[in-house]
Design a protein around this ligand. Structure first.
Ligand code: ATP
Ligand code: MG
Length: 564
């Protein structure tokens, strides 16, 4: 399968690839990889990396691997591996037969570590983690050599072998690269390469009790797979000298690491650590909670893969960190759904309306357009009868100045139906709440057209009470009230910015009968209300549950203007 959007838009990484192709570097190959750590579900930040890596490979006739960076057995689970595969496929990308695991290379990595020891480039260090930190120095002060730095090659080989055999306790020893304790780059101050972890690994079981750290495992995996462009996020810029050091010292095939700015999105968090916290501590219902920016959450919310690909293309690839407004993502979503989602009528908070002069048992099938943006999507019939529901907020007994919808004595249009006029209001005797309206209709306005040029100021959506289907609707708002909840500079935990009103559940909604049997995952525009999607988890034959994907109000244009 080829992605529906490839990265045609120019960006600095694409320019590097173009240059390399021109210079016939790497035999004119383009081979990228997407290397998630299976310690959580993928989020939209990962989507940016997926689109970039798979997109570049697709554009230049190259290959892109899916590689699980499974070098930390304590936080990784098979559930995550499966969800990641599903999400990458859903986004529209295919790794063919190139599904790899860093753990497949553990033996090779071990041999490379032995090679470094033999070359006098690595040593076993008995300092504790705290001592290693102390010895490392700071940005302004050089580090101090470990007293174990001068161990003989023979002793190092013996100790490292016995580390592998499980003879030592966790934390008692590590293998470190011997680089430079005075380097201006802290990552080069004899970084740890292997640590003892007596944990079961989801693929290698108990075969290993020493595990390589990310920097060592990553460059070797890239090298083994013949990756040409190893694309990662900006935090790894300071690790690049180490990436290059390992591959140079080992004298093996050497891909180039290129860093780009990670995606930050407003009003949410894009860090697996924080997402794990939200899920495990049940601030949200799960990894697919429609309020979180995981791909499974976005999918359940009603996002399409096309929207996400489009968004990733729009935001581009930069070298400097910035924050993208959620409004842009929602703008891309509306653009997509405006064209693709059929329109229907649904009433979220029903108010009963009786049309006094409409014959008791009459039902008319009125024609409604499925999508005025695309007449090819055809029309459907909507039943009209004497008793209807309209939206509670479309009626005001005492309308303020700017309120043009229904009020006593006032006439409005019912979409695709008739003009109706409010002639009576029934209230609950106890609460005073309006529970029913009485209206008359004008038979000459069938289809919603005025016969005599008479104007009405509002068009309302409605459903026929006898024909409508009951439904539950989940309304979502930002999960966080703060634009950047992850920025904890003011000392407050990100969870203190959770939006208490991020979910409102409406249980007595009514939708038009054409939605009977609506397929889970299918998306609609509820006229005047927004885009909604049939929930794919909790909906069943008996119960229709909709998630509000996004409202109709597009705030992006305003933001864009203010930024200019
Ligand atoms: P997190 O910071 O969310 O825990 P991570 O970087 O630890 O993410 P990995 O599983 O290691 O997660 O990421 C796999 C790939 O996705 C990496 O190449 C990483 O750079 C990229 N990636 C992760 N987050 C983002 C993001 N917000 N924007 C762009 N790329 C990202
Ligand atoms: Mg990571």
């Amino acid at each position: 399968m080829t992605p529906s959007v490839s990265f045609q838009t120019s960006n600095f990484i694409r320019d590097i690839v173009l240059e390399d192709l021109k210079a016939k570097k790497y035999d004119s190959r383009v081979h990228t990889r997407f290397p998630p750590e299976p310690n959580g579900y993928l989020h939209i930040g990962h989507a940016k990396s997926i689109c970039l890596n798979f997109g570049l490979a697709a554009e230049f006739g190259g290959l892109c691997n899916l590689r699980f960076d499974d070098t930390n057995p304590t936080k990784e689970e098979i559930e995550y591996v499966e969800s990641i595969k599903e999400d990458v496929r859903w986004l529209g990308f295919d790794w063919g037969d190139r599904l790899f695991y860093a753990s497949d290379y553990f033996e090779q990595m071990y041999q490379y570590a032995v090679q470094l020891i033999k070359d006098g480039k690595a040593y076993v260090c008995d300092l504790s983690a705290d001592e290693i930190r102390e010895y490392r120095g700071t940005l302004t002060e050089p580090g101090k050599d470990s007293p174990y730095r001068t161990r003989s090659i023979e002793e190092n080989l013996d100790l490292f072998y016995r580390m592998r055999k499980g003879e030592f306790e966790e934390g008692s020893r590590v293998l470190r690269a011997k680089i430079d304790m005075a380097s201006g780059n802290l990552n080069m101050r004899d970084p740890v390469i292997y640590r003892i972890l007596k944990a079961e690994h989801h693929r290698t079981g108990n075969k290993w009790c020493i595990y390589p750290i990310y920097d060592f495992a990553h460059c070797i995996s890239d090298s083994i797979e013949g990756i040409t462009h190893s694309i990662c996020t900006l935090e790894f810029e300071d690790h690049r000298p180490l990436y290059d050091w390992f591959l140079n010292e080992l004298n093996v095939y050497h891909p180039q690491q290129i860093e780009f700015a990670r995606l930050n999105l407003s009003h949410t968090v894009l860090s697996k650590r924080r997402l794990v916290e939200l899920v495990e501590q049940r601030y949200v219902t799960g990894w697919d909670d429609p309020r979180i920016p995981t791909l499974s959450g976005l999918r359940r919310r009603g996002y399409t893969p096309e929207t996400i690909q489009n968004f990733c293309e729009r935001i581009g690839v930069a070298k400097r960190n910035s924050m993208v407004d959620m409004a842009l993502l929602e703008h891309c979503l509306r653009e997509d759904l405006n064209k693709s989602a059929p329109r229907v009528m649904a009433v979220l908070r029903p108010l009963r309306v009786v049309i006094d002069n409409y014959p008791e048992n009459q039902v008319e099938e009125l024609e409604a357009i499925n999508n005025p943006e695309d007449f090819g999507m055809g029309t459907r019939k909507v039943p009209f009868s004497r008793v209807l529901y309209i939206e509670q907020e479309d009626f005001r007994e005492d309308p303020p100045k700017q309120f043009f919808r229904l009020a006593p004595g006032r006439e409005v249009r019912l979409r695709y139906a008739y003009f109706i006029k409010c002639v009576g209001v029934v209230k609950d005797e106890q609460t005073g709440e309006v529970v029913e309206l009485h209206c008359t209709y004008d038979p000459k306005t069938r289809g919603g057209d005025s016969p005599d040029g008479r104007k009405v100021k509002a068009t309302l959506h409605w459903v026929s009470a006898a024909h409508a289907i009951k439904a539950e609707v989940c309304l979502y708002d930002h999960l966080f009230v703060k634009e950047n909840p992850g920025d904890e500079k003011d000392g407050r935990d990100f969870k203190s910015f959770l939006n208490p009103k991020s979910l409102e559940i409406l249980t007595s909604c009514r939708v038009e009968p054409s939605l009977a049997g609506a397929v889970p995952g299918s998306r609609y525009q509820f006229e005047r209300l927004g885009y909604f999607c049939v929930d794919s988890v909790d909906s069943s034959d008996g119960a229709l549950i909709f998630n509000r994907t996004v409202t109709l109000r597009d705030t992006w244009a305003k933001i864009e203007k203010s930024q200019k």
